[in-house]
Design a protein around this ligand. Structure first.
Ligand code: ATP
Ligand code: MG
Length: 425
């Protein structure tokens, strides 16, 4: 039986399978806190039990099968405990290397064991909900799942963060985004989405950047900027609702305020422009920023002090944007693009835009970046055969998990994080 179901079995005899989480021993009685993937329960065995010696042989993280009766006990941490009738060790664990107060670096070295911690188990469960919610959101709205290649011959988000890999007798790169391929797919499927591994050689050591992360992207034909920002808001709102529906317990373990999320999800998520964002920074934070520079982490955080929901920021300066983001005809210094920023210092969770359909403008932007337009011939072809307005965005799965779980570092939003300094175990 799952440990979280025990409270419904008071007075009954049941069997649980799990691992020793904590143990306390006195002469006549042993208290064993056992955990499974669902919860923990205190179990007791007395010295007159035939299995008392077996219980004594248990160590931290030993695996065990226990039969017993569930009884109410106000002193037990969960209000009831399991009185053991029989106990069978399955494997006696060697001395467990993880004890209290260990350094984050050590916990990274033994990540394969630290995954069992309540904190990481809770975060992995929230991640499971987030991923499921994203699939459900798009499938329910008629989007097709479309998988991109992961080996890609060119960059999409700037050459500086490309991972080059040997490819037989040639070289190629790991995907920085599925976007260019999704743009080909919308001519067949119109509305597509995907969640796939994404690789960026990020040299800045921030609490928001991984070298390998999962990006959930969407792309849709016939869609313009003002429409795609609304899809993004609906998606994030749906993810929060699903997490609230399935993971209240995990949010509490992680120290997240459930009420606050419940309030947030009821409010509208505002849209402002980059220029308005600079005005807020200047008027309310006395942070004067030169128009034309990208918002850095510090400016995003200062700006978000004035909001308690996610915010969409549109129309960043064209010159600092990726080559595929088109100029806004109504405000030509800016691009038809947006980011969604999360509150409480979690920064950018989504980046997206309408896509440029003008071959000349695209070629010029590519040249400015030092790229050869010939290398993007297939991509430019998409503007030659029945071109249509289209838009899309990418959501960082780990950024959203880190924010909803109130994690200090994005590394705990993924089981085995990859950063510049760490790619093991
Ligand atoms: P940032 O400015 O924070 O580096 P970006 O502008 O490079 O982000 P995009 O290229 O727009 O990000 O990617 C879309 C989304 O993917 C981002 O909004 C973010 O949620 C996520 N993302 C981007 N880079 C990383 C990374 N290195 N680690 C984890 N998530 C990332
Ligand atoms: Mg980046």
């Amino acid at each position: 039986m799952n440990i979280d179901k025990l409270s419904q079995s008071i007075g009954k005899t049941i069997e649980i399978k799990g691992w020793v989480y904590r143990m306390r021993e006195s002469k006549d009685i042993i208290f064993i806190v056992v955990r499974d993937s669902n919860d923990v329960v205190q179990c007791t065995i007395k010295s007159d039990n035939k299995d008392f010696e077996k219980a004594k042989s248990l160590t931290m993280e030993s695996s065990v099968i226990i039969k017993g009766s569930v009884v109410e006990d106000k002193r037990a941490p969960t209000g009831f405990e399991l009185k053991i009738s029989s106990l069978e060790p399955v494997h006696i664990a060697e001395r467990y290397p993880i004890t209290k107060d260990q350094s984050p670096e050590f916990l990274m070295d033994v990540r394969h064991l630290w995954l069992r911690s309540r904190q990481l188990t809770a975060a992995m469960k929230v991640r499971h909900t987030v991923v499921g919610a994203i699939h459900k959101f798009f499938r329910d709205r008629g989007y097709y799942e479309f998988d991109p290649p992961i080996f890609q011959p060119s960059q999409c988000e700037g050459g500086a963060t490309l991972f080059q890999v040997k490819y037989f007798d040639d070289v190629t790169y790991l995907s920085q985004s599925w976007q260019l391929y999704a743009e080909a797919a919308v001519f067949a499927l119109e509305k597509v989405y995907d969640m796939s591994p994404t690789f960026r050689a990020e040299r800045s050591k921030t609490s928001r950047h991984l070298a390998e992360f999962w990006m959930a992207e969407m792309e849709a034909a016939w869609m313009e900027l003002h429409e795609v920002t609304e899809v993004a808001k609906d998606e994030v709102r749906f993810i929060i609702q699903e997490v609230l529906k399935h993971n209240k317990k995990e949010l509490e373990i992680l120290g997240q305020d459930v009420k606050k999320l419940e309030e947030m999800v009821k409010k509208p998520f505002p849209t402002i422009t980059y220029t308005q964002a600079l005005e807020i920074l200047s008027k309310k934070e006395s942070q004067k920023m030169e128009w034309g520079k990208d918002l850095r982490t510090i400016e995003e955080d200062l700006l978000m002090k004035h909001f308690d929901t996610p915010v969409v920021v549109t129309n960043y300066p064209k010159e600092i944007m990726a080559f595929y983001k088109p100029r806004d005809p109504k405000d030509p210094k800016t691009a038809l693009c947006f980011d969604m920023l999360a509150p409480e210092g979690y920064g950018e969770i989504i980046g997206g835009s309408q896509r440029d359909t003008d071959i000349k403008a695209l070629s010029e932007s590519l040249k400015k970046m030092g790229e050869k337009p010939e290398n993007y011939g297939w991509y430019l072809d998409l503007r030659r055969y029945g071109s249509v307005p289209h838009s899309g965005y990418g959501l960082g799965v780990e950024r959203v998990v880190a924010w909803l779980c109130k994690l200090e570092n994005i590394k705990d939003a993924i089981a085995f994080p990859r950063t510049q300094r760490r790619f093991k175990p």
